[in-house]
Write a protein that binds this ligand. Structure first.
Ligand code: ADP
Ligand code: MG
Length: 698
């Protein structure tokens, strides 16, 4: 982007947001004329209160802007924080405090941790240069992309540049000057004329944008003009002002459309043009009302050429505001296709128009027959995601002890670019895995903690949605221990294997098949996953025989899988069900045996010819030694057997290792041992290049 002479930009992370740029600085090397337009919200944020009385003015040098914290409704301390920041920027740049403006955007009501900003200032100042894109990134909130642009004009033979960085997204409606937009120009203009030009440009652009009809506490457009272009200073109306103002309006218009197109949850940009209105106010009112009507906006999301909603909105405004408008005489066109006119509906090719309404930009034209005023407004469609973003927003924001704010959700903090790479990566795997069986052993903390349970159910449901055939085998050691304890019985383990005597077997069955299994099935089916709970007894799914421990200890009613009823599982998978298997085996004579779920998962994976078998456990994977060894990211069957023989893999993991070896020998290609304490670990393993946990292969 072309940067005006004498301006420098920087953008760094200062910790207001986790892992993202959140602090921007725009500096003019020489004193600049400044103008500003601000939100009319009475709950205006402290930086707005501070700045709005100080412009228009001469002698401005810098604008410090942050995202992540709005510094709004934070009490009298809010203005103190602004003052601290202005002083610190002045010191860092060696300029006067009154030459600094600030702007903030982000969460309302949390005190701005000014020290975080102050601490980051040296790095910010150090970076100053032609980094407009970094500054644009630093002011983003729920924007999905940075917004910036520039214009070049010739003023009295001298070429001048105007550049803008901008953020928008939610709480965008007219009457609040706008979203945050910082404009810099090297044109020479007096503050008074600059202010008037900016006011008119904003009225025709930012004030005609609506995303959700909400009015923010923080919106502002700030404009600095440092005169380094060397043009004769514009001090009154004339050809130079016309050229300058046209470029400024055009630039603000582009930013406004970018804001509308990137509205929260928006899938398309809407441009509404109203002509033939009885006056400019009526034209603006009708255009904005159409662009902000929830009914029009949701019809737009659904690509529905619902002109009735458009004319109903016009009629409502005419009636309630008293505009002398006759909606019956209007003409309406969508994407240039006339849908209403001549006093009634017009025949049109509905299918063809619906196709065109799926385009990323929709043009809506209402030609009134009541005058000659016109107005243009911009908006976007209203999608499911708008609600999702705004319903989750507050609950996802947590304030940390150090004053910063953080989002709970993991992916939310990554940059849009990173998310795109991740998505592209995932799609590659999704295509490769389609139709494959993946057996997942579900155990450990992932079975106990509610948020992990939810995440696991989400993951399994997603696997099925993208074409994989998941089969879940669950354990339940913790639940069994708890229940036995409650019944006054103690659990005894030999090498990670539970000793199950005749009295505890019914309890084990009750907990595994009756409780754990059914809970998991319910969790999955709440997401419409099509889960079917089965124990090894159902359809003789897991034929088993009693085992002895190698030490000779009797383990009681504990067995191993002899044969899996493959046809039964195939039948379920063929009908798109997700089998959820509890690790209870059935003996020749119909008795029950408790089986280690690791063994069941391996046997099921072999029987189904699965390529992937995944174990969720409570450690990061198979470690070089327990508990302090490094994670072994990849190893062959032989490596693993060597580690077991060397005594580096013991307890429950040793039993798992034996099951893993059996699975690999039985034809499974890859076995993963993953940390079930990390949410969405299954998805991370399957769909990204960043392997997590341990992989064992032949
Ligand atoms: P799960 O519920 O996943 O079956 P287990 O307790 O049966 O859990 O098996 C995992 C346990 O194995 C670990 O928590 C750890 O105590 C033990 N272990 C022993 N050696 C190792 C090793 N080398 N790497 C990882 N875990 C090990
Ligand atoms: Mg175990």
């Amino acid at each position: 982007m072309k940067i005006p002479k004498g301006f420098r930009y920087a953008g760094v992370p200062c910790g207001l947001k986790p892992n993202r740029r959140d602090l921007a600085l725009v500096v003019s090397d020489v004193p600049a004329a400044a103008a500003g337009v601000f939100t009319v919200n009475r709950a205006a944020a402290a930086p707005i209160v501070d700045a709005r009385d100080r412009v228009p003015a001469e002698g401005m040098r810098a604008i410090l802007a942050n995202s992540g914290n709005a510094n709004a409704l934070t009490g009298p301390g809010g203005l103190d924080d602004v003052s601290v920041l202005r002083g610190a920027v002045a010191d860092a740049l060696g300029i006067q405090k009154r030459a600094v403006l600030t702007a903030s955007t982000g969460v309302i009501g949390a005190r701005l941790p000014a020290m975080k900003v102050v601490t980051a200032l040296p790095a910010l100042v150090e970076q100053l240069g032609d980094h407009a894109e970094l500054a644009a990134e630093a002011i983003m909130t729920t924007d999905t992309r940075p917004k910036m642009s520039a214009r070049e004009v010739v003023l009295g033979g001298k070429s001048a540049t105007l550049s803008a960085i901008c953020k928008g997204s939610g709480m965008v409606a007219p009457q609040l000057a706008t979203v945050m937009c910082l404009v810099a120009t090297d044109a020479a203009v007096t503050p008074k004329v600059l202010q008037e030009a900016l006011r008119r440009a904003v009225d025709r652009t930012f004030n005609m944008v609506t995303v959700d009809g909400e009015m923010s506490t923080n919106d502002c457009v700030l404009l600095l003009a440092n005169g380094l272009a060397g043009n004769a200073r514009i001090a009154e109306p004339g050809p130079d002002l016309e050229i300058f103002e046209a470029a400024l309006t055009d630039l603000c218009g582009e930013m406004s459309r970018a804001v509308a197109a990137d509205g929260e949850g928006a899938t398309k940009l809407l441009e509404v043009v109203v002509t033939g209105a009885p006056g400019p106010e009526a034209a603006r009112d009708c255009a904005l009302s159409i662009a902000s009507s929830p009914l029009v906006k949701s019809a737009l999301f659904g690509a529905d050429p619902n002109w009735g909603r458009i004319l109903a909105t016009v009629g409502a405004r005419a009636g309630s505001r008293g505009w002398p408008i006759d909606p019956y005489k209007a003409k309406v066109a969508l994407q240039g296709v006339r849908v209403y006119g001549g006093g009634g509906p017009v025949e049109f090719d509905r299918d063809a128009l619906q196709m065109r309404l799926r385009e990323p930009r929709v043009d809506l034209l209402v030609e009134l027959a009541d005058g000659d005023a016109r107005a243009t407004a911009w908006g976007c469609d209203l999608s499911y995601d708008y609600v999702k973003i705004n319903a989750d927003y507050a609950s996802m924001i947590v304030q940390r002890p150090d004053g910063g704010v953080a989002k709970e959700e993991h992916v939310a903090k990554y940059s849009p670019a990173f998310k795109r790479t991740l998505l592209a990566e995932a799609l590659k795997y999704i295509a490769a895995f389609s139709g494959q069986v993946a057996v997942i052993k579900y155990g450990g903390a992932a079975m106990v903690k509610d948020s992990l349970k939810e995440a696991f159910a989400e993951d399994v449901t997603l696997l099925k949605r993208v074409g994989l055939k998941p089969v879940v085998v669950h354990g339940g050691a913790l639940e069994i221990n708890k229940t036995l304890e409650r019944l006054g019985e103690r659990s005894e383990f030999v090498d990670g294997l539970r000793v199950t005597d005749a009295t505890s077997l019914p309890v084990v069955e009750m907990v595994l098949t009756g409780k754990v299994n059914q809970e998991l099935v319910a969790l999955l089916n709440a997401r419409d996953a099509g889960a079917v709970g089965v124990s090894g007894k159902d359809g003789r799914l897991l034929k088993a025989r009693k085992i002895q421990h190698e030490s000779g200890r009797d383990l009681g009613q504990v067995g191993e899988v002899v044969e899996v009823n493959r046809d039964f599982l195939r039948m379920l998978l063929k009908s798109s069900y997700i089998p959820v298997i509890s690790p209870i085996g059935i003996t020749e004579d119909g008795g029950g045996l408790s089986i280690n779920a690791d063994d069941v998962a391996a046997a099921v994976a072999v029987a189904l010819g699965a390529k992937k078998l995944i174990y969720l456990t409570d450690v990061p994977g198979i470690l070089e030694s327990f508990p302090d060894g490094e994670l072994v990211r990849q190893q062959t069957t032989a490596d693993l057997l060597r580690r077991v023989a060397a005594g580096a893999v013991t307890g429950g993991m040793k039993y798992k290792a034996q099951a893993i070896v059996r699975a690999l020998e039985g034809g499974v290609e890859r076995v993963h041992v993953l940390d079930g304490r990390v949410p969405h670990t299954v998805i991370a393993e399957l769909f990204t290049d960043r392997g997590v946990g341990s992989l064992v292969y032949r």
